[in-house]
Design a protein around this ligand. Structure first.
Ligand code: UDP
Ligand code: MN
Length: 395
């Protein structure tokens, strides 16, 4: 073509290239500034070769005004996010966002015989089976353990349990481990991680072949509240340094508990909280949430789902990492502000689970306080706190 056309085509093509690729490497605002400048430069340089300088001086402002007017208007009408995404949508990307393994064989569970489920025959009508955000709530009589086991076994997961026995709480180790060895994820791989300031006092116990015990020395704190709260920090750090590579799911449990019935794979999910046995029927404004706005654990009045127990929570390693990191951040900020939440880390846990909804809930069967009379809806007591003389054991 003739040189004049070339000089017109070059700036237009360059503007196109900058507009198209520019959004991938810089934000849309910079692209809109760059295009008129580059075009003006090109016209100014090439233009003098094909037309007289006067024409160039007229052309540059006109073209620049056109471009600014056109792109500027788009920028006002649409968010930059939407505009910058257009090239990604219209062009097939060489790098797929998700890599799905299409050749992976599907997991098949073997043939089993069990009672048929019917949509018009709920397993239980006396309790809530599903939260308003569709997280299932685990209750005796609502699931078939054989089906759950058959599905779970194929995944080859390793579950970690973090528990602490500091100072006089070493006395609870035997009851905890003895009962957990029998009832906690029976037949499945579990690593128990026991943090203690008295490793020499850990009784030697024979565990099932699929269960392992790891003893991790830890310092003690003079206040029992600090021992309890610092669990969040220790768990979060340990996930980053070790557990991240060692286990798939992680559960934090009090040591002063015993298990009396199976706690199986029905507890496995991404983010899992246990509904406290003390407060499961209380209206939200009369339960134990921290309400003082000065605390980082504060939940405004009129808000709250269930009251969750800090004695038993868990989920995938990455979700438990986020949870413990966030809760301990709240604890630290409260400390700096000279305030301690009403129920220590439990208050922070309750705030976290209010704004990060658990994907599965354990009914109070999973942490039934020994001191409470058992109502009809609690058909089994799977785990119970051990009665303790609070003053004596915490001194
Ligand atoms: N804990 C401990 N030593 C202490 C106090 C607490 O090891 O002196 C740990 C232990 O794992 C315990 C947990 O922190 O189960 C929570 O404390 P506690 O059980 O006393 O709280 P509660 O269940 O009575 O609210
Ligand atoms: Mn306890």
């Amino acid at each position: 073509m003739d040189i004049k056309k070339v000089h017109i085509v070059i700036p237009i093509v360059m503007a196109g290239i900058i507009g198209y690729f520019g959004t991938e490497i810089m934000d849309i605002k910079k692209v809109h500034i760059l295009i008129p400048i580059v075009m003006a430069g090109i016209i100014g340089y090439l233009g003098t070769k094909i037309m007289d300088i006067k024409e160039v001086h007229i052309l540059i402002p006109i073209v620049m005004a056109g471009i600014i007017g056109y792109l500027g208007q788009v920028d006002l009408d649409e968010t930059s996010l939407v505009i910058s995404r257009i090239p990604h949508i219209s062009r097939p990307s060489s790098q797929p966002v998700r890599q799905v393994d299409l050749d992976e064989t599907s997991l098949v569970i073997s043939r089993m015989s069990y009672p048929q489920p019917f949509v018009d025959k709920p397993q239980r009508t006396d309790v809530l089976l599903m939260s308003p955000w569709l997280a299932p709530i685990m209750w005796e009589g609502t699931f078939n353990r054989d089906i759950l086991n058959a599905q779970y076994r194929q995944k080859k997961f390793v579950v970690g349990v973090a528990t602490f026995a500091v100072k006089k709480y070493v006395r609870f180790i035997e009851g905890f481990l003895g009962s957990a060895n029998k009832f906690f994820l029976s037949g499945h791989r579990v690593n128990f991680y026991l943090f203690t300031d008295h490793p020499e006092k850990v009784p030697s116990m024979k565990l099932a072949p699929e269960k392992s015990l790891f003893i991790i020395p830890v310092q003690n704190y003079s206040r029992w509240q600090d021992i309890s709260m610092n669990r969040m920090d220790i768990i979060s750090n340990r996930i980053r340094t070790h557990w991240h590579y060692e286990v798939d799911y992680l559960y934090s449990m009090d040591i002063d508990v015993q298990m009396f019935e199976h706690i199986g794979v029905e507890i496995i999910d991404t983010l899992v909280g246990t509904i406290s046995s003390w407060q499961y029927t209380k209206p939200r404004d009369s339960n134990s949430y921290e309400r003082r706005p000065e605390s980082r654990a504060a939940i405004p009045s009129g808000e709250g789902d269930f009251y969750y127990a800090a004695s038993f929570y868990g989920g995938s390693v990455s979700e438990v990492y986020k949870l413990t990191t966030a809760c301990f951040k709240g604890v630290t900020e409260d400390r700096a502000n000279g305030i301690e939440a009403k129920w220590h880390e439990e208050s922070h846990l309750n705030k976290y689970l209010l704004y990060h909804k658990p994907t599965r809930l354990l009914s109070p069967e999973y942490y039934w306080d020994e001191e409470l009379p058992r109502p009809q809806i609690i058909r089994v007591k799977r785990l119970s706190s051990v009665r303790k003389d609070l003053e004596e054991v915490r001194s």
